[in-house]
Design a protein around this ligand. Sequence first.
Ligand SMILES: Nc1ncnc2c1ncn2[C@@H]1O[C@H](COP(=O)(O)OP(=O)(O)O)[C@@H](O)[C@H]1O
Ligand SMILES: [Mg+2]
Length: 219
Amino acid sequence: MDISINGLNKGFHTAGSRKKVLTDLHLELKNPCIFALMGPNGSGKTTLLKILATLILPDSGEVRFNGKDLVKDGAFIRKIAGFVMDAEHSFYQMLTLEENLKFFGGLRGVSGSDCERRTRELADDFGIGGFLGEKAAHCSSGTMQKAAFVRALLHEPSVLLVDEFEKSLDEDSQSRITRRLKNLKETKGTTALCVTHDRRWAKDHADAAGTIAGGRIEK
Ligand SMILES: Nc1ncnc2c1ncn2[C@@H]1O[C@H](COP(=O)(O)OP(=O)(O)O)[C@@H](O)[C@H]1O
Ligand SMILES: [Mg+2]
């Protein structure tokens, strides 16, 4: 999946003034790749991901996924993309992880034995197979982050948007998930855009990296 972002602008009204967050931002990702997005707190990383996930609208500019316009074809983007954002708020607290994953898989068109098989396979791979019967409210933040990856990957997305990739993950879990992203890139052509603060991870595992500074991505 190719991602093309041109002249993207986004600002917010705060305390009577308008704060620009993204200014004339450009990014071209050709072919499947793992892209590491870095930048200090408050630089606009989550804002960019929210725009790409169609959760908020840009003020101006153009975003295309394999040529399809993000604003006009929002439904297409939501169908082919997977999101790992704010893992702790991604699940119904009083349902078990398995019940949650069954529900969210169903929303993405993965149901029945397919959903059960993929949930089991991904959860075992990420080391949370033993927690599927636990209520989300009782799970640690690392387990929730891994479950958020399972949720995002159930329908084998062609675009994966990940905020704070390494959040709450130990080294072994990071490696398992990285291995899975590389495998998806090679076998399904998945492009992953991962926000990270880990320069080492970006250097070792990403095909390209960029840093948001002054509202733009510098490579
Ligand atoms: N809904 C909003 N209303 C007002 N300001 C916002 C909103 N969302 C984000 N911001 C502001 O935009 C800036 C970038 O935020 P964010 O994208 O979350 O940064 P990052 O993820 O890089 O830490 C911050 O100054 C933040 O306060
Ligand atoms: Mg953020």
